[in-house]
Design a protein around this ligand. Structure first.
Ligand code: GDP
Ligand code: IMO
Ligand code: MG
Length: 430
């Protein structure tokens, strides 16, 4: 009964989509358990590129049942746009299941996300502007709208009214915007009710039954460890639980059922949006890495900040997620360097620190301590086994493995499904 969790080990965009898609032929269910359409996963299948935001990457694998779990926030307009776009390209979308308890991103929360960022000025987070933070805030504040509310018009209206009670004062008096109209918002949401109804299921029951029957369930995180609301670089984080524990709360499958936790990690580091980033390269070397890796956001098109591999972050991700395996992506991007620096520890105000500092101010002061590794200066994108890699590329991976807290079971050498070197099978029994 394998249940496998896939999480991002850094600040997102590690290649979770590709890793999930690649396991697609070995799994029965792929569950998105956190976040919403702030995610952007690029998956390349037979030379065709797909950009997924809200839907689990498993939707591209025939035979997989994709599930949007209770921990997700759903923008209904985006849901149907994404489904239509996939359907027009011949993807079978008929098996998608959505939890009745998933929350809905209402238009006023998109507005609030954007205006509140503007008001933060220098302190802004650089959100994706999709309404993620305000929708999770409503959920915690117990004024959220859930998918199930769409099926009772009078309840829905009451809930929208409740949600807008304080928000309209905020919009009008603080942010100088127009108030949201209760009836208009209710109508907007109701318009999706009949289309979404056939997709709604008791996903918690179905997933637990599937595990009872020996089926394989893969939980796919959006965002990543360092963007997790508890374990990330707060407040420069997203508003959901992107670490492995989120797979349980965001799906209703208990922790005793999880067999594997796979951390996807790039052979270097990137970050989108604001916040601390110890190994960041703000010079032409960073620009070179951005160009070589095509590091531009799938969701907002923003250039990603780039830097060297950070083993302190890797060890932290291994710890807070209880990782059993790493999938290391984009090793091919490092093929042009004579020497590759790897951060092994931090210098924080003169002291060598091996583990992630517990205080955010210390993390802001962290200066990377680098070890220099030899580059391999050779194209590796055709390699399909570890033995085929040049000796120095193997040494790079083996050194990273020795300092990152967990084995590196697969290595990405290109964006396409098959451009992967598997060292240890990721799906037990596959
Ligand atoms: P996600 O959000 O974690 O799913 O990652 P993104 O899709 O946002 O970003 C990862 C990018 O790297 C995508 O454009 C992938 O096609 C690409 N990618 C994934 N793995 C590899 C790899 O091993 N090598 C190369 N060159 N590109 C990769
Ligand atoms: P995937 O799933 C990278 C970042 C935003 C911002 C912060 C908060 O593709 O790895 P939000 O809109 O979530 O409130 O923004 O989090 N962020 C991501 N960065 N990859 C993502 O998703 C991200 N989702 C959110 O840039 O800094
Ligand atoms: Mg992404």
């Amino acid at each position: 009964m394998p249940a496998i969790v896939v999480v991002g080990a850094q600040w997102g965009d590690e290649g979770k989509g590709k890793a999930t898609d690649q396991l697609g032929s070995d799994v029965d269910y792929v569950v998105k358990f956190n976040g919403g359409n702030n995610a952007g996963h690029t998956v390349v299948v037979d030379g065709e590129k797909y950009a997924l935001h809200l839907l689990p990457s498993g939707i591209l694998s025939p035979g997989v049942t994709p599930v949007i779990g209770n921990g997700v926030v759903v923008d209904l307009q985006v849901l149907f746009e994404e489904l239509e776009a996939l359907e027009s390209r011949g993807v079978d979308i008929s098996r998608l299941k959505i939890s009745a308890s998933a929350h809905v991103i209402a238009s006023y929360n998109r507005t609030l996300d954007r205006v509140s960022e503007r008001f933060l000025g220098k302190r802004q987070i650089g959100t994706t502007g999709r309404g993620i933070g305000p929708t999770y805030a409503d959920k915690m504040n117990r004024v959220g709208i859930r998918i199930q509310d769409l099926f009772d018009a009078s309840i829905l209206r009451q809930k929208v009214e409740g949600a807008l009670e304080n928000k309209n004062s905020l919009l009008v008096k603080v942010y100088n915007r127009r108030a949201a109209d209760v009836d208009r918002v209710t109508e907007e949401l109701l318009a999706y009710a009949e289309r979404v109804r056939p997709m709604v299921a008791d996903t918690t029951l179905e997933l637990n039954k599937a595990l009872d029957e020996g089926k394989t369930v893969l939980f796919e995180a959006g965002q990543a460890t360092m963007l997790d609301v508890d374990h990330g670089t707060y407040p420069f984080v997203t508003s959901s639980s992107a670490t492995a524990g989120g797979a349980c709360t965001g799906s209703g499958v208990g922790p005793t059922r999880i067999d594997r936790v796979i951390g996807v990690i790039k052979a270097y580091t990137t970050r989108v949006g604001e916040g601390p980033f110890p190994t960041e390269l703000t010079d032409e070397v960073g620009e070179g890495l951005r160009q070589a890796g095509g590091e531009f956001g799938v969701t907002t098109g923003r250039p990603r900040r780039t830097g060297w591999y950070d083993a302190v972050i890797a060890r932290y991700a291994a710890r807070v997620n209880g990782l059993t395996d790493f999938v290391m992506t984009k090793l091919d991007v490092l093929s042009d360097y004579a020497e590759i620096p790897v951060c092994v520890a931090y210098d924080i105000d003169g002291t060598r620190v091996e583990e992630m500092p517990a205080s955010q101010s210390d993390f802001h002061h962290a200066k990377p301590i680098y070890e220099m590794l030899d580059g391999w200066k050779e194209d590796i994108s055709h390699c399909r086994s570890f033995e085929e890699l040049p000796e120095k590329a193997r040494a790079y991976v083996e050194y990273l493995e020795s300092i990152s807290g967990c084995r590196i079971s697969a290595i990405g050498v290109g964006p396409s499904r098959d451009a992967t070197i598997v060292r240890h099978a990721l799906v037990p029994g596959a």
